[in-house]
Design a protein around this ligand. Structure first.
Ligand code: ASP
Length: 427
């Protein structure tokens, strides 16, 4: 009898926790269990994979339906262009700042000093990265069904924008189709909420696997570069993003930081900003009060072209490699790194490890030894966790600022956690 009451209390405690707290507990427990079990913790990875697959299942229908609905709810095509331009300027501007922070941190803390590598030590081959022109040309899907089936987000965005505009121009005749997309989008939002309930368990499984795989010993020699990337990421979110939220948006940055907890945790453990998209959209709408119209356009775009964390990481790693090999960089090299990384971020896919491929592009451009990739590759997952979280936080920041500037931010929802009726679902 006593046991049953205790059980009930425990179950009640867990159920009463808000989702972000559950996710945090999952992460902490996962790390602990992973360190205890070591490589054996791989056994727990399927729990994480289950969650990742469930969330991936949502991406294509969610992005497609909500983007079409986003456009049809904005009859004014000029407004759409304005929102696109604002997002692009903010995305690229913050990316350039991020990489400058990465370079600054690398200069200040010299994470590569004392590693003493000699070019030719180990072999690593530069992987091919798509050029900017290639990326732009590839944005038009020759076959939209192909694009949907392949999950090509940029192509899906282009087709959904076109379809939304065409539905608007078709007037009354297109009403049934618009209503269908509206109800499908609602169903996808609901499904996202259901899948997110799995997040604490998925995060537990993924975290246990990573902690078990890397352990403390493997990390120690490279702890400095890891620390520099993590501190840089933290500065970018807390100083740059929060600063923009309060100066440009005239909003309370603490609310922004609280609102991004769930998607940041999902990004941290899945290392994919595209994969985190359903969680990001949910947080933007329900936690931060961004309208569905703005979030469904700005966020998918951000998940594919905005990679501030990746850019910051490239700055640190380029310097780390230069220092490890004892190579001095000129001022023009720094400029080259800033330009290449900013442009490369447009073509970086929001999937695990994509930043490493782009790093090879930066190294080649500046003429740094490709062998450096081999050292970074060993700890890439750990660096990917931090940079993906920043990528997602950047997307959210831009969605809030753009919504605010377009009068599409529900400030009562932004400021008051209990305002939005749907928030109960988050608990
Ligand atoms: N994993 C990152 C993301 O999805 C991309 C990267 O590897 O930097 O945003």
């Amino acid at each position: 009898m006593l046991d049953t009451t205790l059980e009930q209390k425990r179950a009640g405690f867990w159920r009463g926790l808000s989702l972000w707290k559950k996710i945090l507990i999952g992460m902490g427990l996962g790390m602990l269990v992973g360190l205890m079990l070591g490589p054996e913790a791989e056994l727990l990875k399927p729990i994480g994979t289950l969650f990742v697959n469930a969330i991936k299942m949502l991406i294509v229908p969610l992005v497609f339906c909500s983007l079409v609905v986003g456009v049809t709810s904005m009859q004014d095509t000029r407004k759409l262009g304005r929102i696109g331009l604002k997002s692009l300027v903010l995305y690229l501007g913050t990316t350039a700042v991020a990489i400058s922070i990465g370079l600054g941190m690398g200069i200040l803390f010299t994470p590569g000093d004392g590693i003493g590598m000699v070019a030719g030590d180990s072999a690593a081959v530069a992987k091919e990265a798509p050029t900017l022109v290639q990326t732009l040309l590839n944005m038009i899907p020759k076959n939209p069904i192909d694009a949907l089936a392949a999950g090509n987000i940029l192509q899906i965005i282009v087709f959904a924008l076109g379809l939304g505009i065409a539905l608007n121009l078709s007037g009354d005749k297109a009403r049934p189709a618009v209503a269908m997309f509206e109800s499908l989008a609602e169903a996808m939002y609901k499904m996202t909420e259901l899948v997110m309930k799995l997040a604490p368990y998925g995060v537990f499984g993924l975290m246990a696997w990573v902690a078990g795989k890397y352990g403390i010993d493997i990390l120690l020699p490279l702890i400095k570069v890891i620390a520099v990337v993590y501190i840089g990421c933290l500065i970018h979110v807390v100083v740059v993003y929060s600063g923009l939220i309060s100066t440009l948006g005239r909003l309370n940055p603490a609310r922004y930081l609280k609102g991004l907890a769930n998607p940041a945790a999902v990004a941290f453990t899945t290392t994919s900003s595209s994969g985190t998209l359903p969680a990001t959209m949910k947080a933007a709408q329900q936690e931060l009060g961004v309208s569905k119209g703005i979030s469904s356009f700005v966020l998918p775009l951000g998940a594919t072209i905005n990679m501030d964390g990746t850019a910051l990481y490239q700055g640190v790693c380029a310097l780390f490699i230069a220092q490890a090999f004892g190579i001095d960089l000129a001022f023009s090299d720094y400029l080259l790194i800033i330009m290449t990384s900013t442009l490369a971020s447009i073509g970086t896919a929001g999937v695990p490890g994509a930043g490493l491929i782009m790093l090879s592009l930066v190294l080649t451009t500046v003429g740094l030894p490709m062998e450096g990739l081999a050292i970074v590759a060993g700890i890439d997952r750990i660096l990917d966790m931090a940079r993906t979280s920043v990528n997602v936080c950047g997307d959210l920041m831009v969605s809030v600022l753009v919504a605010k500037s377009e009068n599409e931010l529900d400030e009562s929802a932004y400021n008051c956690p209990s305002y939005n009726g749907s928030r109960a679902d988050l608990a």
